[in-house]
Design a protein. Sequence first.
Length: 336
Amino acid sequence: MSTLDIFNPQVSVVARGLEGKIITIYGSNSLGKTKQATRLKKPYYLGFEKGLNAIAGVPFAAINSWADFKKVNKQLTHKSTVAKAREVYQTIIFDEVEASARYCSKYICDKYDSDTIASGREGFGLWKEYETAYWEEIDKLIGAGFTVVFIAHQEERKDGKIVPKGDKRALAPVIDNSDIIVHLRSNGVDEKGKVIKSSAFFAETKDFFARSRFDYIQTGLEEFTAEALEDAIVKAIELQEQVEGITAVSYIQQKETLKSEVLDFDTLKAKIIEAGKFLHANNKGDVVTEIIEDGLGKGRKVTDFTKNHIEMMVGVLDDLSDVVDEVKEKMSSKVE
């Protein structure tokens, strides 16, 4: 039943352009992080901070709680609205990581009636609940096909290295999933007192953290702008095509290679019942019981499955389908 097949594997491909890419931009204040991010194509700004006070004309959501973010994120990512959202927006700007983590932490504390994450669950802490809540929402956002730009402040570690600022549980799903992590540094002002555009760095040094999954990207930009960032990524992919002989595809084509079969509860239950009836009719009722109990627990039946058991149901259907195939093969052999 499953479409996952090691003998007929999906083959990874690289998508052109910024669509579907995950970008983290970090640095100190007033370096152009938000301004340049909002100049990327068809932006929508998630304002955990008041970063648009000096920028006009950008569609945005003022995020004042984790519940606000969950509501907006549902509209951006839910299967009933994601296609419409992607027609309107291409770039989602998430500004910024540390502030969002504070909102998530408060949400979990309120949910479990605790003063702090550390004091929750009678002193055992709510760290896992907080980590899971944050990861689930970020995972939805980065999987919806937008160009997602995370903005973060910077901090200096004890060893003197500059890194993105924020709680490690919130930073992990952001940093781990970023295709490029851009560190910005100020260039000060010119002789007339005019601010010089910041420089961007895409490669780590002993002084700061930065990273890119694009092997052929330049190491940085003397002047950081939205256009220069996009151009650097596009050129890196084009160079990869030339050097490695690959053919880059559209994001839609890339996403097709990442799909796995998704079945809803009712479909899964109907298929399990159908397989079960067939096996019972062919004297394999004991096998059906064994497979269902193995997937759901001793003494459990098909009627005990709920919508929380989708993953277990997929496994049960896979196992039942294997036995159905074996029975049909034996029946076919007898006929021959």
